[in-house]
Design a protein around this ligand. Structure first.
Ligand code: HEM
Length: 131
């Protein structure tokens, strides 16, 4: 039986599974593997910190995801299609592994951050890098 997301160990399970699926995805996988050439040993712990901060209110993530994705969008378009794929993969991964209030909450947080990111990348103000 599936359980809820309770701690960092659960977040690690989710994040590792998510990025494994992301890299296998023909549409957005190459953005990570070819365009950004992600250093996974660096990126994954950052993502554990990010989601632990978001879900459990621990201020351990230091960074600015908006700026990272503005820069990425200069290299390759991050548009509606790419965000839809990202969100669907994320939701699917959560649902495959977890169930409960925190599983619902992390999907809501992912949805609102993704939608805000998409909006900011595509709004005229992104040209002057308002974050
Ligand atoms: C089209 C959708 C997305 C794509 C293709 C994408 C891709 C990437 C890539 C390539 C990196 C850089 C990794 C590196 O160079 O080390 C990154 C970083 C990151 N992404 Fe995304 N991303 C997407 C959406 C999102 C969303 C919706 C979130 C949050 C809910 C998110 C959160 C982050 C965070 C926190 C980082 C680390 C930023 C930092 O501190 O350097 N991403 N993403």
């Amino acid at each position: 039986m599936k359980k809820d997301i309770h701690n960092r160990a659960d977040i690690i399970v989710l994040v590792d599974a998510f990025y494994k699926n992301v890299t296998l995805n023909p549409q957005i996988g190459p953005i990570f593997t070819d365009v950004a050439q992600v250093d996974w040993a660096h990126h994954l712990p950052k993502m554990y910190d990010f989601w632990e901060s978001i879900l459990f209110g621990k201020a351990i993530y230091k960074g600015n995801p908006m700026l990272t994705h503005f820069a990425l969008n200069e290299q390759t378009p991050l548009q509606y299609e790419q965000f839809e794929i990202w969100k669907n993969l994320f939701f699917q991964n959560v649902d495959d592994l977890f169930t409960g209030p925190n599983a619902t909450l992390i999907k809501q947080k992912a949805q609102s951050i993704a939608d805000l990111m998409h909006f900011k990348i595509n709004s005229p103000s992104s040209k002057i890098k308002i974050v």
